[in-house]
Write a protein that binds this ligand. Structure first.
Ligand SMILES: *Cc1c(COP(=O)(O)O)cnc(C)c1O
Length: 393
């Protein structure tokens, strides 16, 4: 995997299996091992003065973290990628790389909630204001931009409510305004959406989710165009963020099987989402790959596949019904995060955090991550839960 030309022609599956490891540097062992290290040694005065060594100090990375960065850079078609300690760190570093006191950012109303908390709390204290916009705003974003606006954060689809954002339209607005478009691409993974090719400047991943794939490590990645790289790397460096070789090893291990996992998650998820749509107790399923979804046309235009995460609403019923639904699931378990091999079901209330567009949907909403269990077993678990829900009403 050395020639650039070769890299261009290869499929994502091949990139995932062959990039980011150099057996010749590891005594022939297939995988780059966990590098643990702060100090990197120099041999001569020339060496330390010229700073030309591949690694200078552990905080800026080691062969294990660099392997992950190489893979994600290729998948996203980026200039470079930085591995950071969590998806939230990827969001905060990327935003901080764009702003100074007095600036403003625009954030989609569908954004991941801890990112909103960072903007409303930390950024506000730093003198940066945040306005939230309708995820379906598209080219209308232009009307919100002021001379103080420096960055726009998109998340497509929103990871609770699954609106698809018109990334090319947003990118045209941000390019004309000379400001940055940041996209959280955790849901689709670079397998199914490549925001940089649609005009975005910075792509963020919660590597904790699909990249790791086994619910056992935290990581985030920030991939950028050439123009956006220096500010991101300077911000990360100034804040002292570092990802350990132990975590990086688990990300690399997960990435090796990302392509086949994504396809299996997609297949099961579509089967369950379309089955849920036929259930009388279900009032709505929010999954952009379903033809019933209001953004389905946009989804088909920009995405080449879909993720494991979606939501649905059950017809109105009191809390006892929600408890009857969720407390006795036998395969779906309840907890934060997603992307692992195990299925998850959590109750959600998006109305609580929205500010730009009121969330007015009635009923009780749940978010599912469809894991790698047998799809009929998962359906049976949900069918029994829906029955309990109706009976408890
Ligand atoms: C989980 C998540 C994050 C944050 O990732 P962490 O690794 O948990 O910090 C960011 N964006 C989305 C869409 C997520 O689902």
């Amino acid at each position: 995997m050395t020639s650039e030309a070769n890299k261009q022609a290869l499929s994502v599956e091949t990139l995932l299996t062959h990039l980011g490891r150099e057996p010749d540097d590891q005594f022939g062992f297939v995988n780059t091992p966990v590098y643990r290290g702060s100090t990197v040694l120099f041999k001569t005065l020339d060496d330390i003065e010229s700073q030309q060594q591949r690694f200078l100090y552990g905080r800026a990375g080691n062969p294990t973290t660099e392997g992950v960065e190489t893979i994600v850079t290729a998948l996203e078609g980026a200039y470079r990628t930085r591995l950071v300690p969590s998806g939230l760190a990827a969001i905060t570093i990327a935003i901080l790389s764009c702003v100074e006191a007095g600036d403003e950012i625009l954030v989609t109303d569908s954004a991941y909630e801890p990112g909103r908390k960072f903007a409303d709390g930390f950024l506000a204290r730093m003198g940066v204001t945040t306005r939230y916009y309708d995820p379906r705003i598209g080219a209308g974003l232009a009307e919100l931009i002021t001379p103080r606006t420096k960055a726009v954060l998109a998340e497509s689809p929103g990871s609770l409510t699954f609106e698809i954002q018109d990334i090319p339209a947003l990118a045209e607005v941000t390019r004309k305004a000379g400001i940055k478009l940041l996209v959280d691409n955790s849901w689709a993974s670079p397998l199914f959406l490549r925001p940089l090719s649609l005009g975005a400047d910075i792509v963020i991943h919660a590597g904790t989710k699909m990249f790791v794939g086994h619910s056992d490590a935290f990581a985030g990645t920030i991939s950028t165009t050439k123009e956006s790289w220096a500010a991101v790397e300077a911000t990360r460096g100034a804040l002292g963020f570092f990802t350990s070789g132990d975590e990086a090893y688990l990300v690399a291990r997960g990435l090796r099987t990302l392509a086949i996992r994504m396809k299996e998650h997609e297949r099961r998820t579509l089967e369950i989402a379309s089955w849920l749509e036929t259930q009388p107790e279900v009032s709505k399923v929010y999954h952009p790959a379903l033809p019933s979804h209001p953004d389905h046309a946009l989804f088909k235009r920009d995405f080449s596949g879909s993720g494991s995460l979606f939501s649905f609403t059950l017809k109105p019923a009191p809390r006892a019904s929600v408890a009857a639904f969720i407390d006795h699931l036998s395969l779906f378990t309840m907890g934060y995060s997603w992307g692992g091999y195990e299925s998850l079901c959590t109750p959600i209330t998006p109305g609580r955090i929205r500010t730009a567009v009121k969330w007015t949907e009635e009923g009780n909403m749940f978010r599912l991550h469809i894991g790698l269990e047998g799809v009929d077993d998962l359906k049976a678990d949900l069918a029994a839960a829906i029955e309990r829900y109706a009976r408890a009403r």
